[in-house]
Design a protein around this ligand. Structure first.
Ligand code: 5AD
Ligand code: SF4
Length: 438
């Protein structure tokens, strides 16, 4: 009988894609994925280190898993992902943990499960590891949206960020492997795919005379799957080129949505963050996007309370938010990450209560802006890709516009995976309410 592996995923979409790779690796070695934790022979937890509270969650979760292990003596638990890389061997001190594997070591997972080694920890980086040849296996039942990692790792070294230390140096996958995966998803009936990377704009693959940059790749993907929605994330403002904007505008199936993390509106703070762009450059990119693609949805990441952030610097962030009018923003407060440049060289000098106050002010402003933007959609029509039933009622479905806005509407006979044309009739800061028009 096949053994069962339960994979639990925290953090970003890259981790979601990695968990599917891990499921593929485990499946090739006599395991099948289960969605029932109490049924599992092996539990794998794919972790995130981006902020301290992401790591706290994992420690709490392990205390729970310890109790499952008391009931099932043969159960094995492994930690993978960014926190596995960062914490490494120390994880073995927790009674729930049997093995640890960092983001470049997933091929050795089946061996780690079977080994009764004293130090079953693999955290070596491998710049050549792109998991080429491994078929991703979907863990949830979502066969609508797929993810494809096109780059792994990161070379940017933003001074606050742990990712270059947990995921190693940037590498780009062979475009032929990417196109094969696009064809796979298309044949399986997926309706949407998202190309993933810490900085997709720096994708670059060279082989003989063939040189492929991100806009070239995006073009090939769009042409390989003309009826699928194509998305990509995350974009770094410093590398966001006019060529990319032109490519987006040229293909109907490339969604008019850009996630462009700005982090701060103050040039002083942006420089200290080592973001390598200014507020003016960022606003120029927004202008270029809006003039080529007027209906483009734009979202961002922002955080307050970085080292040295004065009230005036923070005001510049609020001011930038007002100027850009993001449709959606993911907002955080600064959390010192060990090993980073900022942890070593800068003081965490904004008091916690001021961080909280600034975060609340940011959230309040963004809610107001999102509401205004959403209200401006009332009366407009959109094509929506249905994702499932609304949380509140089985009579309503929800889906997304190409701008990535969430829309709800009466279910009628529609189902997840359908494309439906709707007209917006009402809006909150988080959702658009609509009626079907086809
Ligand atoms: N503290 C707070 N937020 C952070 N982010 C990354 N590192 C930190 C940190 N040390 C945020 C950034 C990034 C998003 C994924 O998380 O906004 O874009
Ligand atoms: Fe993803 Fe960054 Fe968290 Fe790693 S630390 S899982 S790259 S968000």
């Amino acid at each position: 009988m096949k053994k069962k592996v339960y994979i639990e995923t925290y953090g970003c979409q890259m981790n979601v894609a990695d968990s599917e790779t891990v499921a593929g690796i485990m499946q090739s070695r006599e395991y099948i994925a289960t969605d029932n934790i109490t049924d599992a022979d092996v539990i794998i937890i794919n972790t995130c280190s981006v902020r301290d509270n992401a790591e706290k969650k994992i420690w709490n979760r392990l205390d729970h898993i310890k109790s499952l292990k008391r009931k099932n003596k043969n159960l094995k638990t492994g930690i993978i992902g960014c926190m596995a890389q960062r914490v490494g061997e120390k994880f073995l001190e927790h009674p729930a943990v049997d093995f640890v594997a960092g983001p470049d070591s997933y091929r050795s997972l089946p061996d780690l499960v079977d080994e009764n080694d004293i130090a079953p920890v693999r955290t070596e980086f491998d710049i050549n590891e792109t998991y080429s040849g491994i078929e991703q296996v979907k863990i949830d039942n979502n066969i609508i949206s797929g993810f494809i990692a096109i780059t792994r790792g990161c070379n940017n070294f933003c001074s606050y960020c742990i990712v270059p230390y947990t995921r190693g140096r940037e590498r780009s996958l062979d475009y032929k492997d990417i196109l094969t995966e696009v064809k796979n998803l298309r044949e399986k009936g997926f309706k949407e795919l998202t190309l993933l990377g810490q900085n997709v704009n720096s994708y670059y693959f060279e082989e003989g005379d063939k040189k492929v940059n991100f806009p070239n790749l995006l073009r090939m993907v769009a042409e390989t799957a003309p009826e699928m929605r194509i998305r990509f994330t995350t974009s770094h403002p410093k590398d966001f080129s006019d060529e990319l904007i032109e490519t987006m505008a040229a293909y109907k199936n490339i969604c008019n949505h850009i996630h462009l993390p700005v982090q701060s509106g103050s040039n002083k703070i942006l420089e200290k963050m080592n973001r390598k762009y200014t507020r003016e450059w960022y606003l120029n990119r927004i202008e270029a996007i809006r003039s080529a693609i007027p209906d483009c949805g734009i979202s961002t990441d922002l955080f307050c309370g970085f080292s040295g952030e004065s009230e005036e610097d923070f005001q510049q962030t609020l001011d930038l938010m007002e100027q850009v009018k993001f449709d959606l923003a993911f907002m955080f407060k600064y959390s010192v990450r060990p090993e980073t440049y900022a942890a070593k060289h800068f003081d965490d000098d904004v008091p916690e209560e001021i961080k909280i106050d600034r975060l609340n002010r940011m959230i309040k402003l963004q809610n107001k802006i999102s509401l205004e933007n959403n209200k401006a959609d009332i009366g407009k029509s959109f094509e929506v890709l249905v994702e499932g039933y609304s949380k509140r009622s089985k009579k309503m479905l929800f889906g997304r516009t190409e701008q990535n806005k969430v829309v709800i509407f009466p279910a009628q006979n529609y189902k997840a995976g359908d494309f439906v044309n709707v007209k917006i009739i009402d809006a909150t800061s988080a959702t658009l309410k609509s009626e079907i028009i086809n």
